[in-house]
Design a binder for this molecule. Structure first.
Ligand code: OXT
Ligand code: ADP
Ligand code: MG
Length: 597
């Protein structure tokens, strides 16, 4: 439209205006915007290009218009999966992953994922439509009535509500900052139905939007903290570095690797930090875990909390004389949260700041003359590691009938090794724990799993997000129970034609499938499922490829083909139903009654 400006009226039709010519202004022809468009514009302005959603009242049109405006809207079958997808997208990209839910039940379905994001320090924003404030507050029984803000607050890092269209820019800016600054977490943003159709003139609306500057500011550690840590580390005889998923999140891979290699200190990756340095690295102590933890004298925690996954720094795992006794280790803890130090045991040298700044500051103090750890310490670890690796190799070489976790995972291990760029999603109990130690990761942020809560149900949401934001093949190794929590999302995988290969290690139940109802009654045992269930047909139902396998050779052929074709594939690997143990490797956390029946 030459020399002319389009003026959009409230119905969306445009009329041409010549320069110097005043438009015939009817009220209806002033360029207008509304709550829907302001939300979308605010997200786009801040680089949010994907939304994970389940549409419905009152956010149906928001999803529709977001897609029309060029945002990728991935529409799920259940909000929990959409939420998990958003949270892991946040972990992978350092941008808050956005999950869009409807009021009350949809909001609650998504809330588990929001709480999980907060617990795991993943940046995420759950945007939920909600019902009329006035009706909710008087408890008059509105459609899907619920005081969502109050319910979300204790489970989120922050929670906000926007009532007026002119506050949308601020609301989204606050949500973004809260999600990614400091320790990342889940943020709830409540948008009542009445907000969306609120109209204001477009120029004023645009002026209310905020492009967030420096959303996750660097936090530089103090000189004293760095010197204190270096002094402690220098005196160590048996130093150990533990890398957690905070280290993976930070995307400071080169600096972390340089610190590990320049100091020569052995390191232990927590589950989602596997691959930060390749698992095959000679300084990896992963295969000597139960040896290094109690033996180490100075432990450097980088983006890892001393929570249950590290036995709270106490007890037998750490060489403590009783289950609650401290093992005597001294700790350096690098973390962005100043409150993390001393949460379980004394931290002698907290280094508070972002991992990039902290690791770089330590590196600057590690000169060429830095003493390598004593040879006896490195030798003892190598010996233990080699012994465990050899034992594992022996087990993996076996080919029992029926196939078991090890013979199946031996195949997965080879395929992951040959496809290092593939994302690797993993959940279950035995299906998780065996996989973690058998399948090596060689690249950072590729292994995505149940995290801090050990939560089942992340599988398909994580897979979808990894394929969407990572643009790579995904392999998901799932326990049959774990898969059931989000299995319907295979339709989503097929609908978006994502390169996801789901492998179910199917042992007919939770932990194993061979327990029977002790009463002899008709009801099945609470841990057992339908025997040899045909999960592959679920994928076939939506146009994907389903394969049922009973041998490692068949599993290999099916996975090879899945990765070659990049088609959505579900491989139902039937394994020995008696192979699993109670709760996998965490049986110690499972109280068991001593009383007979
Ligand atoms: O040093 P040692 O000798 O000890 O050996 C260690 C390493 O040195 C060695 N290793 C190696 N050896 C050789 N080579 C290599 N490369 C190597 N690497 C390591 O191996 C061992 C083990 O090493 P690891 O793993 O590092 O060490 P360890 O001691 O295991 O570490 C401790 C932990 C705590 C860090 C680790 O165990 C861990 O990360 N655990 C996470 C456990 C977890 O989160 N589990 C999930 C929850 S279980 C339960 O809650 C389940 N539920 C309930 C439920 C849940 N969770 N959620 C919801 C929403 N509802 C309900 C349910 C329903 S699981 C579950 C379903 C289960 O059934 P499925 O069918 O899905 O699964 P199956 O069990 O397969 O049937
Ligand atoms: P893991 O389960 O792998 O041990 P956790 O989730 O327990 O890891 O710990 C992650 C830690 O990393 C949290 O304490 C969090 O505050 C911290 N963290 C996250 N991002 C950063 C960052 N950019 N810089 C410093 N610390 C971070
Ligand atoms: Mg199982």
């Amino acid at each position: 439209m030459d020399n002319a400006t389009a003026v959009r009226n409230a119905t969306g039709s445009a009329t041409a205006v010549r320069p110097g010519e005043a438009p015939a202004v009817h009220a209806a022809e002033i360029e207008e915007t509304d709550g829907f468009h302001l939300v979308i514009d605010a997200l786009k302005l801040n680089g949010i290009d994907t939304i994970f959603a389940v549409p419905g009242i009152p956010i149906t049109d928001l999803a529709r218009k977001a897609q029309a405006a060029g945002i990728r809207v991935i529409s799920f079958r259940h909000e929990q999966s959409a939420g998990y997808a958003a949270s892991i997208a946040g972990f992978l990209t350092q941008k808050p992953g956005v999950c869009l839910t409807v009021s009350a039940p949809g909001f609650l379905n998504g809330l588990t994922a929001l709480a999980n994001a907060t617990t795991n320090c993943f940046p995420m924003i759950q945007i939920s439509g909600s019902s009329e404030r006035e009706v909710i507050d008087l408890q008059q029984g509105d459609y899907e009535e619920m005081d969502q803000l109050a319910i979300a607050k204790p489970l989120a890092k922050a929670a906000f509500r926007v009532l007026h269209a002119e506050d949308i820019g601020v609301g989204i800016a606050r949500a973004i900052r809260a999600a990614v600054s400091g320790r990342p977490g889940g943020v709830y943003l409540d948008l009542p139905a009445k907000l969306f159709p609120q109209v204001m003139d477009a120029a004023t609306g645009a002026s209310t939007l905020i492009k967030v500057v420096d959303p996750a500011p660097r936090q530089i550690p103090s000189r004293e903290a760095v010197d204190r840590a270096l002094a402690l580390l220098k005196g160590a005889k048996k130093p150990l570095i533990i890398l957690g998923k905070g280290a993976a999140y930070a995307q400071e891979d080169a600096a972390i690797r340089a610190l590990v290699e320049k100091t020569g200190i052995p390191y232990l990756p927590m589950s989602m930090a596997k691959g930060l340095l390749p698992d095959t690295h000679e300084q990896s102590a992963a295969a000597a875990r139960s040896f290094v933890l109690p033996e180490a004298d100075v432990v450097v925690l980088i983006g890892a909390r001393l929570n249950w996954l590290l036995s709270h720094g106490k007890g037998k795992t750490w060489g403590g004389k009783s289950p609650t006794a401290w093992g005597g280790q001294r700790y350096i803890q690098i973390d962005i949260s100043p409150q993390e130090a001393d949460s379980n045991v004394r931290i002698d040298a907290p280094v508070i700041g972002d991992i990039g700044s902290c690791v770089s500051a330590l590196l600057a103090g590690v000169g060429a003359s830095w003493p390598k750890p004593p040879a006896e310490w490195l030798g003892a670890i190598a010996e233990r590691r080699n012994r465990n690796v050899a034992k594992m190799a022996e087990t993996l070489a076996k080919n029992p009938t029926p196939m078991n976790f090890h013979s199946a995972l031996n195949v997965v291990r080879d395929i992951v090794k040959a496809n290092p760029d593939a994302y690797f999603v993993n959940e279950g109990a035995n299906a998780l724990d065996f996989t973690r130690s058998i399948v090596d990761m060689v690249k950072p942020r590729k292994r995505l799993d149940v995290g801090t809560w050990g939560v089942m149900g992340i599988g398909m949401g994580f897979s979808i997000a990894a394929a969407v934001v990572g643009g790579q093949q995904v392999i998901a190794v799932e326990g049959d129970s774990a898969f059931g929590f989000s299995g319907m999302e295979v339709e989503t995988i097929c609908r978006y034609n994502l390169p996801v290969c789901v492998v179910i290690l199917n042992n007919n139940g939770v932990y194993r499938g061979n327990e029977v109802n002790p009463t002899g009654g008709a009801d099945p045992h609470p841990l057992g499922f339908v025997k040899a269930a045909s999960y592959e047909k679920l994928m076939e139902a939506f146009g994907g490829v389903g394969v049922r396998v009973t041998t490692p050779a068949e599993l290999r052929a099916a996975m090879d083909e899945a990765l070659r074709s990049k088609r959505p594939t579900l491989v139902n690997a039937l394994i020995d139903e008696g192979a699993g143990t109670e709760s996998g490797r965490i049986s110690n956390l499972n109280p068991v009654s001593k009383k007979k029946s």
